[in-house]
Design a protein around this ligand. Structure first.
Ligand SMILES: [Mg+2]
Length: 235
């Protein structure tokens, strides 16, 4: 039975804290609002880019209607700025331990690996290409496709159905992520979750959020594979 693995990007596949990403969004917000819009104090970890931009604009005093109108273009522009600044190869050193070994092993075993990320599609695909991981994570669900992270699980499963003709049950769908928001997305959607502490959160915080399985990282590929199979076998 193939498993569907949906990996978060920042803090899970790549080291967290991409300054270029935040800068690209700041620049896009500036272009559409006409003055600097602060991102300080917004809890970025695990948030969708769409939610981050919305919060920043609300805090800046814009009304909901204006925000709805501006959001698609701001997100599009964020992706363009990001792509202009990040060249292929720039993110190779950002790849976290085990990731480069784990992803090919998953495909060799007949499983499907994609991303489920708060990044917009353009930012995510640029980031993965720059890290040389794009071929190993050929599909995904992205931060400009939903209002809430848990809704992205259905997007990803639908994409897999269209692209591979596979209807993988939720019990065999596993999110891999580093924040309480990844854990919540899995719980709320009915998928399973493997939490890792390579981001900003420790095992306690992730367990409190509802993660039953927490690993320090993805470095021990055999252990990760065994853990994923064990999760999928649970009722
Ligand atoms: Mg993350």
């Amino acid at each position: 039975m193939p498993l569907l693995l949906l990996f978060d990007i920042d803090g899970t596949l790549l080291r967290a804290g991409d300054p270029v990403h935040a800068e690209a969004m700041r620049l896009a917000l500036f272009e559409f609002v006409g003055e600097p819009v602060a991102l300080d104090g917004i809890p970025l970890a695990g948030m969708l880019d769409r939610q981050i931009a919305r919060l920043a604009l609300l805090r800046h005093g814009l009304d909901n209607e204006t925000i709805e109108h501006l959001l698609p273009e701001i997100l599009q522009q964020t992706g363009k700025h990001y792509a202009e600044r990040v060249r292929r190869g720039d993110r190779r050193s950002w790849v976290l331990p085990g990731v480069r070994d784990l992803l090919p092993r998953l495909w060799q075993q007949g499983h499907l690996a994609g991303v489920l990320t708060g990044n917009t599609e353009l930012v995510a695909r640029t980031k993965l290409a720059a890290a040389d991981l794009d071929q190993l994570l050929p599909f995904g669900a992205y931060g400009d496709q939903a209002e809430e992270r848990h809704s992205l699980v259905a997007h990803a499963r639908f994409t897999v159905k269209i692209r591979y003709g596979l209807d993988i049950p939720l019990a065999q769908t596993i999110l891999v992520g580093d924040t309480p928001r990844d854990v919540a997305a899995a719980l709320e959607s009915g998928a399973k979750v493997l939490a890792v502490t390579t981001g900003r959160f420790g095992p306690e915080e992730l367990r409190t959020a509802g993660a039953s399985t927490v690993l320090p990282d993805l470095a021990d590929v055999d252990r990760v594979l065994a853990t994923l199979h064990e999760l999928a076998a649970r009722p």
